[in-house]
Ligand binder design. Structure first.
Ligand code: ATP
Ligand code: MG
Length: 419
């Protein structure tokens, strides 16, 4: 990629309407733009980060044996009436009518749709267990959308669903998803914790949430001396008080703020019963299937990662989700033929070695270019001016430090590999 022909949308001024740092930096660095309340477009740099996150999730889902699918975003009201949620879900469900006056909603979650899908195609218990997931747009008419994409109305979620002949099998798969989630958040290089949680609007018997730890988080997490965490929402009942300070002091707990990025549920037979999904087992006993569902807030993770990784200059991406591995910045390439051709040489060399590189060949001052890449959080920066071109080297610095070193092309590749 060459910056002169790549759409970058960094801004000089601080946005006035952003309350938290991730929202401010996402606007300033040109990752997203608001379309209307709670709805955002992802611009190229933001979308590259989102895709990186998606791919890590996809790899870990595939590796436990869940299969990717895609379901329609507009869902018929009949399915929600069957589950009873057409009434109970409330105003977060955005409802609409088609030209024949049939009622629909924009999918906020997909238990009804996938239960219907499976009941139509399941013929034998031998097809079980079934594990399927999608990565798609969800719509929830949130009462107070805020903090940019952190609490949006339209957002990207990975939602997986599992179907089992009995509870034991559900328990095993619940553990598989837990393990996969731990792998995902480790690979995303985020500081996170898992807690016991409330099942809310989705329902079921048992649920766990995954939280990125950050002051901007909206959830209160209470962690005991064994490291076991509980969301304050259920700790209230467990400890018989709704005073967080009192609960923490009396029970010797640690209080942390968390951003909910994942939530897994044992649904049991909640949907299989209400929507009549059952099958005969090997002994010819007919059972309602046991189900689980497993969500990850893919777009919310972009914001959560920034809350944890920034400084006064801007974002500092963890390597695993950075939009580019390195920005190669020319000094006056438009005026200096040797700078331009040496930069191109290094650029092609990096590309041949599968380094994700962007060459900043814009006709702009060095200071402004560096300011942009620091704001956008690219973890490695190499500079080529007259002196570097003459000596066949680049001046290299890491985003997180101010120390500069001179490197040859080969040294640069090994430096990037070694990270
Ligand atoms: P919250 O408590 O934050 O409202 P939730 O418990 O309603 O979330 P779930 O139904 O568990 O959300 O959805 C799975 C995941 O989707 C959440 O863990 C979260 O990461 C993400 N998510 C939910 N609502 C939003 C939203 N409005 N904007 C962005 N991501 C969201
Ligand atoms: Mg939740």
């Amino acid at each position: 990629m060459k910056a002169s022909s790549y759409p970058l949308f960094t801004q000089k001024n601080d946005p006035s309407d952003a309350e938290i740092i991730s929202h401010k930096l996402m606007l300033k660095a040109g990752l997203v733009r608001q379309q209307s309340t709670g709805q955002y477009s992802f611009l190229p740099i933001g979308y590259r980060v989102l895709k990186k996150i998606e791919n890590i999730i996809r790899e870990e889902m595939d590796s436990i044996g869940a299969a990717e699918i895609l379901m329609p975003s507009v869902q018929p009201s009949e399915l929600w009436q069957e589950s009873g949620r057409w009434e109970s879900y409330g105003l977060e469900l955005l409802r609409l009518n088609d030209r024949h006056d049939r009622e629909y909603c924009l999918g906020p979650t997909f238990e009804e749709v996938i239960t219907d899908l499976v009941r139509k195609d399941l013929n034998s218990y031998k097809q079980l267990p079934l594990n399927m997931y999608q990565i798609s747009t969800k719509f929830r008419d949130e009462i107070r959308p805020r903090f940019g994409i952190m609490r949006a109305r339209e957002f990207i979620m990975k939602d997986a669903y599992s179907f089992h002949i009995n509870e034991k099998c559900l328990d095993n798969w619940y553990q598989n998803y837990k393990d996969a989630y731990n792998n995902i958040f480790k690979r995303l290089q985020l500081d996170y914790t898992m807690v016991d949680a409330d099942s809310g609007n989705i329902g079921g018997s048992k649920s766990n949430e995954f939280h990125v730890l950050a002051e901007a988080g909206e959830d209160d997490l209470l962690i005991d001396e064994k490291g076991i965490g509980t969301n304050f929402e259920i700790a209230k009942a467990k400890y018989g008080s709704d005073d967080v300070v009192k609960i923490v002091n009396e029970n010797n707990l640690i209080h942390k703020k968390g951003i909910e990025v994942g939530h897994i549920f044992k649904l049991g037979d909640k949907y299989s019963k209400s929507m009549e999904l059952s099958i005969a087992d090997a002994d010819l006993n007919v059972n309602h299937l046991q189900m689980g569902c497993y969500g990850i807030g893919v777009s919310r993770i972009v914001a959560a990662a920034i809350e944890q990784n920034h400084d006064e200059k801007g974002i500092i991406w963890p390597k695993s989700i950075s939009p580019f591995q390195i920005a190669l910045v020319e000094i006056d390439g438009h005026k200096n033929e040797s700078v331009r051709s040496f930069s191109n040489e290094i650029y092609q060399d990096m590309k041949r070695n599968s380094v994700e590189i962007i060459l900043d060949d814009r006709n702009a001052k060095l200071g402004n270019k560096l300011h942009d890449w620091e704001l956008m959080g690219v973890p490695n920066i190499a500079i080529i001016g007259k002196k570097e071109a003459e000596n066949n080297i680049v001046s290299f610095k890491k985003r997180s430090s101010s120390e500069k070193v001179s490197l040859s092309a080969d040294q640069l590749i090994s430096k990037l590999d070694a990270d």
